[in-house]
Design a protein around this ligand. Structure first.
Ligand code: FES
Length: 180
């Protein structure tokens, strides 16, 4: 794909949706459309790649740095490829104090990946993220996929195993170790 074609991806694939989003904002405030456009760009498993961020910057007449700073700040946006389901475990300090790092390690073990990696079948990516506003309910994670986002709080390894089995066909380690 030429970079020219890549730059047109959002507008060619979602022409009507882009127009609908832009209609919601006055011309002098169209930069506010950056978040819905980013969300749109992630439809159907796409990511907010550099070319997509560049296209959004062009559409809204802002810099790509401004778009990238939003992608970098929010866990709901991502610039790198991942699995069909993104398991995002909060490992920020309050959750870490309640065992989030150990929990994340065990989830990774179950799926046979390291943090940030995707299972071979492309079903799951496990990621460590910052605060998801459920600090007293650790261990907790959210799952992002084509159906939206679900929150899972006060989780055990058995709980996450059930979520994984419900969501995909990943080969998981079903040993009881850590399944408290
Ligand atoms: S620190 Fe984990 S949800 Fe807030």
């Amino acid at each position: 794909m030429s970079s020219n074609t890549a730059n047109q991806t959002l507008r060619t694939r979602y022409s009507a949706e882009v127009k609908d989003i832009l209609k919601r904002y006055p011309d002098d405030q169209k930069r506010s459309a950056v978040m819905p456009l980013l969300f749109l760009s992630q439809k159907e498993g796409l990511q907010a790649t550099v070319s997509v961020m560049s296209e959004i910057a062009q559409i809204l007449d802002i810099s790509i740095t401004q778009v990238a700073s939003i992608v970098g700040f929010y866990t709901l946006y991502y610039s790198h490829s991942g699995g069909k389901n993104r398991i995002q475990i909060c490992t920020d300090l309050p959750c870490a104090l309640r065992g989030a790092d150990d929990f994340a390690d065990k989830v990774c073990e179950k799926l046979g990946v390291k943090l940030g990696e995707t299972t071979e079948d492309g079903e799951f990516t496990v990621e460590s993220v910052m605060c998801l506003a459920a600090c007293d309910k650790a261990p907790m994670f959210q799952v992002q996929n084509g159906d939206g986002i679900t929150y899972h709080e006060r989780q055990t390894i058995s709980d996450v195993q059930a979520v994984i089995e419900q969501l995909g066909n990943a080969e998981i380690d079903k040993s009881p170790e850590g399944a408290e």
